[in-house]
Design a protein around this ligand. Structure first.
Ligand SMILES: [Zn+2]
Length: 171
C-alpha cells in the first residue's frame, strides 16, 4: 500500500498542536536552538530538497506569497514555535529587536496591557503608533499588543481623538 502524499498544508498541519488558550499553533516537529521549528521540503530527485523554517514556510503557504528578500517573519505572540498565520507578520531585523524590546521578553506576569506601569503615552510613542498604523498598516490589535496599551486607547490615538494637535515639528 502506498502512503498518501500530503500536500504542503496537510504536511504542516500534521506537525501542529493548537493551543486553545493562546491560539498558538505549536510546532511538534524538529526544532532549532531557540524553539523555531523546521522541516525538509522538496525532493532529492530533482535537487530541490532543503530545510526551511516552519514559521516562514507556514507564512508562504497560508498567505500564498513569497517572503520578500531580507524580510523576517515575526511573531505577535512571541512564541518561536508557533506557526499560526494570524500570529505572523513581515518585518525586518530592526523591527524584530524593537518589537521584542517593546514586548519585553522578561516582563513580569500580570503586568501586561493597561496594567503595565509603562503603558503611559507620550508624544514619541504616539507618533510611533500613528506611523505604524498609517505606514506599516498595523492593525489596532497588533499595536495594542506591541505597545502594551489597550485597544481603546490605541484607537483614540490613531483616529486623532486624543493627542491633538500635532506636536510642533523640529527643523
Ligand atoms: Zn502564536
Amino acid at each position: 500500500m502506498k502512503l498518501k502524499k500530503l500536500n504542503p498544508y496537510e504536511r504542516l498541519m500534521s506537525f501542529v498542536v493548537k493551543d486553545k488558550l493562546t491560539e498558538c499553533w505549536n510546532w511538534t516537529g524538529a526544532k532549532k536552538k531557540f524553539g523555531y521549528g523546521y522541516l525538509m521540503i522538496g525532493s532529492r530527485i530533482d535537487n530541490t530538497r532543503k530545510t526551511v523554517s516552519a514559521h516562514r514556510y507556514a507564512y508562504t503557504i497560508f498567505n500564498q506569497i513569497d517572503i520578500p528578500k531580507n524580510a523576517w517573519v515575526l511573531h505577535t505572540c512571541d512564541n518561536p514555535s508557533c506557526i499560526n498565520p494570524n500570529h505572523l507578520y513581515l518585518g525586518d531585523r530592526r523591527q524584530n529587536t524593537l518589537d521584542r524590546e517593546n514586548r519585553g521578553r522578561n516582563k513580569i506576569p500580570g503586568l501586561s496591557g493597561e496594567n503595565h506601569p509603562n503603558a503611559k503615552l507620550n508624544w514619541d510613542i504616539v507618533e510611533k503608533i500613528r506611523s505604524d498604523y498609517e505606514v506599516l498598516k498595523y492593525k489596532i490589535c497588533l499595536l495594542s499588543y506591541v505597545y502594551e496599551i489597550n485597544r481603546r486607547t490605541i484607537s483614540d490615538v490613531v483616529n486623532y481623538k486624543t493627542w491633538k494637535p500635532e506636536p510642533p515639528k523640529e527643523d
